[in-house]
Design a protein around this ligand. Structure first.
Ligand code: ADP
Ligand code: ADP
Length: 229
């Protein structure tokens, strides 16, 4: 069973055809990078996967759940599929550690001690353990994004979606974030990544999707996508 499968998915914003007959399969453990011009539908495509956007027609299966089925619990999908945003979306009034512990506490009812141990372990993984007691405003952009990644991982997701995770960062911070993403990919996480970082795509992606005007124009293994013509 594929982790994510789009079958003839159409999405309209009123009359605007934002996703045009999307067929896409992402298997467990695959890293798929989505590229394409601004406004081509990249963000809409990945936001559809965890139900942040609905769609108009077709079928979308995520970890076996049918997103068009009214009985599907979107909270379950969002537990299974984490999302990392361009602008971090951290809780500004909570410390780094509290940011990471919040959803596991509220949603998973994780034992407090276990929750804190796991949060600290994840902060070490992303290299920001020394900021556990800091507030987001005290962090650089790169540190905030690594905290956001740790926060997603704390839910033990089956897949992670990244929507231009480095686009809001100063250039010198980009590699720190990409390196954390590489580490997660190596550990076998299923990932769909919208990014302009072609070095990352070349090195880490299994497949590259090129989308324009809401249509997938290419869906290739990375080595073929990047092969010189
Ligand atoms: P990308 O991520 O590739 O830049 P988006 O998925 O954000 O593209 O947007 C695709 C197209 O859909 C754009 O033309 C955008 O203007 C349009 N769009 C996005 N969100 C909405 C919305 N809520 N209402 C109407 N149009 C939208
Ligand atoms: P970088 O070193 O990656 O270029 P910054 O210059 O933004 O990032 O931050 C350098 C260090 O200063 C980081 O460790 C960050 O946590 C810390 N820092 C940044 N802004 C503040 C702030 N307003 N208060 C406290 N610490 C801060």
């Amino acid at each position: 069973m594929a982790m994510i499968e789009f079958k003839n998915v159409q999405k309209y914003y009123d009359k605007f055809h934002a996703l045009n007959n999307i067929n896409l399969k992402v298997d467990k453990g695959e890293v798929v990078v989505v590229v394409g011009p601004s406004g081509s539908g990249k963000s809409t495509l990945i936001r559809t996967i965890n139900g942040l956007e609905d769609f108009t027609e077709g079928q979308l299966l995520v970890n076996g759940y049918d997103l068009a089925d009214k009985k599907t619990d979107l909270n379950q999908i969002r537990k299974d599929v984490g999302m990392v945003f361009q602008h971090f979306n951290l809780y500004d009034n909570k410390t780094v550690l509290e940011n990471i512990m919040l959803a596991p506490k509220l949603v998973l009812k994780r034992d407090p001690k276990e929750n804190e141990e796991m949060a600290m372990r994840l902060l070490k993984t992303v290299g920001v353990a020394d900021k556990a007691g800091s507030y987001p405003r005290q962090l650089s952009g790169g540190q905030k994004q690594r905290v956001a990644i740790a926060r997603s991982l704390a839910m033990k997701p089956k897949a992670l979606l990244f929507d231009e995770p480095t686009s809001a960062l100063d250039p010198e911070m980009i590699d720190d974030v990409l390196n954390v993403m590489k580490k997660i990919a190596k550990e076998g996480m299923t990932m769909v990544v919208v990014t302009h970082e072609m070095g990352f795509a070349r090195e880490v992606a299994d497949r590259v999707i090129f989308i324009d005007n809401g249509q997938i124009l290419e869906d290739e293994k990375a080595d073929i996508f990047f092969k010189a013509p």
